[in-house]
Design a protein around this ligand. Structure first.
Ligand SMILES: Nc1ncnc2c1ncn2[C@@H]1O[C@H](COP(=O)(O)OP(=O)(O)OP(=O)(O)O)[C@@H](O)[C@H]1O
Ligand SMILES: [Mg+2]
Length: 232
């Protein structure tokens, strides 16, 4: 069979089920069908424990479905090994988490640059992208700071700078405003809205319905079942 890739269908889940094994198995996702098209933005909302992070982790190839299939740009990669999955994550995906995952004892600029080093982006290019991202995110004046000296909003913006410097095909965020006050929430919302307007494909989990509305589609998860609508 000839395999033709389809870059417009960035991620597609077909009948994906996730059950966490254990003494009492947790059926975290019931069969889920979901398509993320290129340039689309999707907000995943729902109560605590409903399966949002589980869904995001599966979409981001950080976790594997128990059943069902995962198509990347039209190609079935459900059975791909961890090396391949890691390579896809590194080349195509960017991640921003609620807890930031920034390295202490490194400056803001170094945190942003390090991810590009792993991606083997040349030094001159790294510095240029870092400069641009820190300017865009209003962090230039804090470029030499240790993340431990930053406010929550500055940390989150650093994590976003680090992710977008890699020009990811898809930007995944799990509660990007979860730890922020309303002022910093507003700043991060503006940044995500701009990224979306500029054609960045975004999948984010949020409890913030205002942020969800800025995305093109909202996927609601309840007891592991999804329903979705297009935002007006
Ligand atoms: N590693 C795991 N092992 C077992 N059960 C898990 C695991 N991770 C999540 N779960 C369970 O799966 C269900 C879905 O969890 P998930 O983390 O996806 O929820 P969530 O919607 O992201 O919640 P929150 O809004 O609190 O972050 C929950 O019942 C949770 O307890
Ligand atoms: Mg979660």
């Amino acid at each position: 069979m000839k395999i033709t890739s389809d870059p417009a269908r960035v991620i597609e889940l077909r009948d994906v089920v996730k059950t966490y094994a254990g003494r009492v198995p947790v059926h975290a996702l019931q069969p889920v069908n979901l398509l993320v098209g290129k340039g689309e933005s999707v907000a995943i909302v729902g109560p605590s424990g409903s399966g949002k992070s589980t869904l995001l982790n599966i979409l981001g190839l950080l976790d594997t479905p128990t059943r069902g299939a995962y198509f990347l740009e039209g190609v079935d990669v459900t059975a791909a090994d961890e090396v391949t999955r890691g390579a896809v994550r590194g080349q195509k995906f960017g991640f921003v988490f609620q807890s930031f995952h920034l390295l202490p004892h490194r400056t803001v600029a170094e945190n942003v640059e390090l991810a590009m080093m792993y991606a083997r982006i040349p030094a001159v290019e790294r510095r240029e992208r870092t400069q641009n991202a820190l300017e865009t995110l209003g962090l230039i004046h804090r470029r030499e700071a240790d993340p431990r000296e930053l406010s929550g909003g500055e940390r989150q913006r650093t994590a976003i700078a680090r992710a977008i410097c890699l020009n990811p095909e898809v930007l995944f965020c799990d509660e990007p405003t979860g730890n922020l006050d309303s002022h910093n929430t507003g700043i991060v919302m503006d940044i995500l809205a701009d990224l979306h307007e500029n054609g960045q494909t975004i999948v984010l989990v949020t409890h913030n319905l205002e942020l969800a509305k800025l995305m093109r589609r909202t996927v609601s998860v309840r007891d592991g079942m999804v329903s979705e609508r297009v935002n007006s």
